[in-house]
Design a binder for this molecule. Sequence first.
Ligand SMILES: Cc1ncc(COP(=O)(O)O)c(C=O)c1O
Length: 369
Amino acid sequence: MKLSNIAQNWTRNKKNTYVKGGNDFDGFLRLDIGEPWFPLTPDLERTLGNLSVDDFKKRPDIHCLKLRNAASKFWNVPAENIVVANGSDQFIWLLPRLFMNPADNAIVINPTFFLFSESVTRVAGKVISFTTSLSNKFEATEQIISDVINTANQNSVKIIWLCNPNNPTGSAISLDKILKIVKNTSALVIVDEAFFDISDLTTSESALSLVNKHTNIVVLKTMSKTFGLNNVRVGFTIANKELTKILEDWKLPFEVSHIAQEVGSVVLNDVVHWRKMKQALLTERDWVINKIREIKSIELASPTKTTIFLIRKNEGDIFKLLLNKNILVSNFNICKGIEDMGFARITVKSRAENTKLISVLKKIDDCVI
Ligand SMILES: Cc1ncc(COP(=O)(O)O)c(C=O)c1O
């Protein structure tokens, strides 16, 4: 079978990613996966226990009404501004298909989530890259913002990707800067807030307040990070009514299973549990960061607003050193914008897991291993 030109081009240019799936690393301490370690809520345990055969046989509600109503309360946006899909990856994949033609341009600020660039190349679009620097703590500076705006206007850029807080650096972009881009370009600005709800950022810093005021912005959310429920595969796009209608029409029917909709609704309705868990996560993050700061040969790349961050060692490859001790972190040596800089991404997990990490890092520091 002959692949289409677009598929051939993408296959040729496909880059390796840091994502490791499957069972290859069974028995390893997995600090590579960006999901937090939220325990299940009591309500969710009860819901799972009460599932019947009918729940597995039912056709899912294609409009996900119950889930959208729960999301509407959780994020305080009208349900008509919310679309649900099989993980936010699905929207990252879909949005370029809807708004880009082959050879159209999109802007990505690296280092960031690899799927932004990949989904553009999958529609034969072109990625214009900007790079934040270690010396600026990986922040999108005013200079970068104004360069992004100029470039977008000069090259009829169709999509600008922003990630807040950013994966993998944990750095934030202010609402003022996002607004500046939205107001001064006609590109669709996609703000991925996957890590927002497990971060130090407050509601007033979210781009959600912009979606009903501007036609060229959408915000992405995901249950994978907000509640640590990666396997439920539920992601959201929050946008103005016209855009949500387009997305709702385009996405595949029955994409979100009945079980996922039930699970999602129960979890979103338990704000008290989410608040408690978020607080515990951020407290744990502070504990890990403080411990890492005490280890001389380990460098923390930048302060993080969320539960992921980059580290490296003054000598040697931290990814390999940890791998040798059965700890898997994400190798960001291949990530655009920080190639070959020796960074690995750590995800904050439970105290027991974090203690193990710190103890191995100390041994590495002492050259005991
Ligand atoms: C920034 C960012 N956005 C989106 C996703 C994908 O989330 P989902 O599991 O909802 O597809 C990830 C997953 O790692 C991510 O890091």
